[in-house]
Design a protein around this ligand. Structure first.
Ligand SMILES: Nc1ncnc2c1ncn2[C@@H]1O[C@H](COP(=O)(O)OP(=O)(O)OP(=O)(O)O)[C@@H](O)[C@H]1O
Ligand SMILES: [Mg+2]
Length: 279
């Protein structure tokens, strides 16, 4: 069988795949290390994300969370398996997906509004619509008063909110986030988690959000995917059935956190044991 045919066969509509916004099918990624060895970043990873779902990915350091997110963003490709959006292979970055990283990566020489405007221009929004759309999204993340400020005049939390406004202003179907709040202090992080929940409830975007923080995952997610020690694979796919809008102090959430935390610690301990064993 020719490879092209085999690939098409793999994409024959499967009811689960047809309704999925994003699908990761038997994915593996192996990197070459600088010393010529191979590093298996993730293996046999399969999951689906449905339209409008908020999915968090949790797992020990080095288990391939960023690798998976980069593949969904189209910044990296699997060595094996398929990464699909609306049933089609992801061939590269596209305006249907916005990505947020730990560092907000705003252009330092542009104002906050200028950064949002630039992104809108890049995706082809006409000038006549850009100012209104920029101000609408800055208001949603409570940055209206800072529209003309330069990024260096903002706090870390405000910069990350500006990046969120810039990402959502472009109206992507999917938001991909790799530990976007990890560098923030605990209070700012909680405020941004609540804001993200509010914006998500408002817009119904499909979100894949990578984090190390179990409380953050339980608070935000419809489903938490827990990855194993490296090479990472999904060891638990847990629905979080706590009512929204959620409150960080909800005891139901605390019980969910305890359950996920216990499982995560098992995987982290495997990494530690391996490191001690090889020391
Ligand atoms: N470009 C690359 N070249 C070589 N190895 C890489 C590359 N990117 C990732 N890796 C390796 O792949 C593995 C998974 O990395 P990845 O960044 O996806 O993990 P992670 O789960 O996001 O970790 P963390 O929680 O620390 O951010 C690691 O062993 C890492 O060293
Ligand atoms: Mg990472």
């Amino acid at each position: 069988m020719r490879p092209a045919t085999a690939r098409r066969m793999a994409l024959v509509p499967d009811p689960a795949l047809a309704s999925a916004k994003l699908a990761v099918r038997d994915v593996a990624r192996v990197y070459r290390s600088a010393r010529g060895g191979k590093v298996s970043a993730c293996a046999d990873v399969s999951f689906e994300v449905h339209p409008g779902e908020f999915v968090c990915i949790l797992g020990p350091s080095g288990c391939g969370k960023s690798t998976l997110l980069n593949m969904l963003a189209g910044l990296d490709r699997p060595d094996r398996g398929d990464v699909l959006i609306d049933g089609h292979p992801i061939a590269g970055p596209g305006p249907d997906r916005a990505v947020l990283f730990q560092e907000p990566a705003l252009f330092p020489w542009m104002s906050v509004a200028g950064n949002v405007d630039f992104a809108l221009k890049f995706v082809g929004v006409p000038k006549s619509e850009r100012r209104d759309r920029t101000m609408h999204w800055l208001a949603k993340v409570q940055l209206s008063r800072f529209a003309e400020a330069q990024p260096h005049e903002l706090s870390g939390g405000m910069r990350q909110r500006a990046a969120l406004a810039r990402a959502l202003a472009c109206e992507p179907e999917v938001l991909l986030a790799d530990e976007p709040f990890a560098a923030l202090d605990a209070q700012t992080r909680e405020i941004l988690q609540a804001e993200l929940q509010r914006v998500w409830l408002d817009t119904g975007k499909t979100v894949v959000f990578v984090t190390h923080n179990v409380r953050e995952a339980a608070f935000l997610a419809d489903r938490v995917l827990l990855m194993s020690a490296p090479p990472g694979t999904i060891v638990e796919d847990r629905a979080i059935d706590v009512e929204r809008p959620r409150n960080v102090d909800d005891p139901a959430l605390a019980r969910v956190v305890a359950g996920i935390h216990a499982h995560l610690i098992e995987e982290v301990n495997k990494v530690v044991a391996r490191e001690i064993g090889s020391a």
